[in-house]
Design a binder for this molecule. Structure first.
Ligand SMILES: C[S@@+](CC[C@H](N)C(=O)[O-])C[C@H]1O[C@@H](n2cnc3c(N)ncnc32)[C@H](O)[C@@H]1O
Length: 273
């Protein structure tokens, strides 16, 4: 099992003015590497089965229905039957460890991972494609062409990596997942530290669909940290070109796990205009 601390990989330079009030955890600890031990098959199967159970439960929630409605609306707005699927990569950052001994953090990571799988399924259904590489998010054989799922978090343990793999998600070790963030990506970054998000992930990149902290909260952070000079234009540009819908704040299995996250998609009108 991994440690319950967070590592932030960043080169950010801005100063810190105040503690942001919207952080999901009041005092994250920095940084410690997770222990790298080879997990047993029993541990892998147990966590895999826990995730599958979570998935079945997630599907029964009102939150999941609302999420589906929001995403389908975004995609209806984006796609026409003539166009090829617009998203080829789903990039999942900042889940934290699914197997940390800190049960509260593990719970957040697991539900956030399940939401990622669910969103990938919605995208594939809407585009009528499978997961690239021949596996669905349930780890079953699927069609050739489609969407590839990748994930990165410095806190992933070996066990996390193996379990993510069972769901068809390829783990990028170290940093480098930002290379998959293109105009044809779905970027999911639940509460990724803002300095990393802006300085290393979004800078120079324009994902088609993004689920994470909304442009309004980015703006707040930038002003609060005196980073307007460095990130002001980026945040303004990112927000200007996107439609934004907040995720419902009341998730049945854990109130605040998704509270503060939004679905943001590039608006067609802005591209044409
Ligand atoms: C504020 S925590 C959020 C954890 C979890 N999503 C939650 O809501 O509880 C930020 C997470 O980002 C991860 N992180 C930091 N730098 C990262 C990077 N460059 N790529 C991916 N994840 C990163 C940290 O390890 C940590 O798990």
């Amino acid at each position: 099992m991994g440690d319950d601390t967070w590592i932030t990989i960043t080169n950010r330079k801005c100063s810190r003015k105040k503690t942001p009030s919207h952080q999901p955890h009041p005092s994250p600890n920095f940084p410690q590497s997770p222990r790298r031990t080879t997990p047993s098959e029993a541990d892998i199967s147990t966590l895999e089965s826990t995730i599958r159970t979570h998935r079945a439960r997630f599907k029964s929630t009102t939150f999941s229905q609302d999420l589906t409605t929001i995403l389908e609306r975004a995609l209806r707005h984006r796609t026409s039957p003539e166009t090829e699927p617009e998203i080829d990569h789903a990039v999942c950052l900042a889940l934290g460890s699914l197997s940390t001994e800190n049960l509260e953090l593990a719970r957040r990571s697991r539900w956030q991972f399940v939401a990622f799988l669910e969103m990938c399924d919605i995208l594939c259904r809407s585009y009528e494609v499978g997961m690239a590489g021949g596996r669905s998010s349930e780890g079953e054989a699927g069609g050739g062409m489609g969407m590839k799922m990748v994930a990165q978090d410095p806190l992933f343990s070996e066990l996390d990596q193996r379990v993510l793999g069972r769901f068809g998600v390829e783990v990028v070790e170290g940093s480098g997942a930002e290379g998959f963030v293109t105009e044809r990506s779905f970027l999911y970054a639940p509460f990724l530290e803002q300095g990393v998000l802006l300085g290393e992930i979004l800078k120079g990149r324009d994902p088609l669909l993004y689920v994470g902290v909304a442009p309004g909260a980015m703006e707040w952070w930038v002003e609060n940290r005196d980073c307007t000079g460095e990130y002001g234009d980026l945040v303004e540009e990112f927000g200007k070109r996107r439609a934004v819908t907040e995720l419902p704040g009341d998730f049945e299995f854990g109130g605040t796990i998704f509270e503060g996250l939004s679905v943001c998609w590039r608006s067609i009108e802005d591209e044409e205009g």
